[in-house]
Design a protein around this ligand. Structure first.
Ligand SMILES: NC(=O)c1ccc[n+]([C@@H]2O[C@H](COP(=O)([O-])OP(=O)(O)OC[C@H]3O[C@@H](n4cnc5c(N)ncnc54)[C@H](OP(=O)(O)O)[C@@H]3O)[C@@H](O)[C@H]2O)c1
Length: 259
């Protein structure tokens, strides 16, 4: 199955949250190569601008729009900006943090921030994009979860809980959208992607230094972690599958990751 397409109006617009780094940035590059016009959001405007410029220089169409997934207004604005570029055919809700720490040092504000970013952040952008996708009767929603959504990891209860909630949300949403497609026609799909360890900056968001260093040591000891480009390739494949094919759930680990 070929993933590349030159027809930008056919591919439409992909809105990507957390596009200033890691999986989001790699996905923006990959989807631009596949012919999508990409709208990149995240908090660091300078990074977004620079990634968008790289994409434009490579012949793609990209727009950078600073925004925080913990803000309802920012997500509504991001969807509005994406809609100005064309039909929003894909939402990649990817922004996330992993501020894990031992329970003895747990900080309630950090727990709230994790839920507000990882879970409510996804709900905000999905809620903002749904009316457009209903109207178009077409659209793909890709949610970034984790293997931590299907199994627990020590001292990571809140992170794991947000990812498990995303999995349930995705499954319900998929069924509800499918019901509408069956009744009214159209192609509204949902896929949840659950990676194991990917080599990105994510672990820098661990404030608790001993935990951060131990986590980074674990990742560095992995012979070959996944790269953000590996996940971007999978997302492109999901989006480019024939419209009657709905890939619901992908679990992907580095080959040498044992659990
Ligand atoms: N790396 C892994 O091993 C791994 C494994 C499984 C799942 N995941 C999931 O994959 C997703 C992407 O992670 P990554 O590994 O690519 O991490 P990353 O390199 O740290 O990228 C995270 C992205 O999220 C954005 N972000 C964080 N808080 C935000 C907020 N409040 N508003 C808007 N954007 C925000 C960051 O941008 P700004 O800082 O500029 O806002 C950044 O672009 C996350 O949901 C993560 O849980 C990662």
């Amino acid at each position: 199955m070929s993933n590349d397409c030159d027809n930008k109006s056919e591919q439409g617009v992909a809105l990507i949250t957390g596009a200033s780094a890691g999986i989001g940035s790699a996905t923006a590059h990959r989807l631009a190569r596949a012919g999508y016009s990409v709208v990149l959001t995240g908090r660091r405007a300078d990074r977004l601008e620079s990634i968008a410029e790289d994409i434009q220089n490579a012949g793609g169409t990209a727009r950078a729009l600073a925004g925080d997934v913990t803000s309802d207004e920012d997500m509504i604005r991001a969807v509005g900006a994406a809609g100005e570029l064309g039909e929003i055919t894909a939402l990649v809700a990817n922004a996330g943090i992993i501020p894990i720490e031992p329970l003895e040092d747990s900080d309630l504000a950090r727990w709230h921030r994790t839920v507000d970013t990882n879970l409510s952040g996804i709900l905000r952008c999905v809620h903002a994009v749904l009316p457009t996708m209903f109207q178009q009767k077409r659209g793909d929603i890709v949610l970034l979860s984790s293997v931590a959504g299907r199994q627990t990891f020590p001292e990571a209860s809140v992170y794991c809980a947000t990812k498990a909630a995303i999995n349930h949300f995705a499954d319900c949403l998929r069924g509800d959208l499918a019901k509408r497609c069956a009744k009214d026609g159209g192609h509204l799909r949902v896929c949840v992607v659950q990676p194991g360890i990917v080599q990105t900056e994510l672990f820098e968001s661990i404030d608790h230094e001993p935990t951060r260093e131990a986590t980074k040591a674990y990742i560095n000891a992995l012979d070959e972690p996944l790269l953000p480009e590996d996940i971007a390739e999978i997302i492109a494949w999901v989006l480019q599958s024939p419209r009657h094919v709905s890939i619901n759930d992908i679990v992907v680990r580095p080959t040498a990751m044992t659990r």
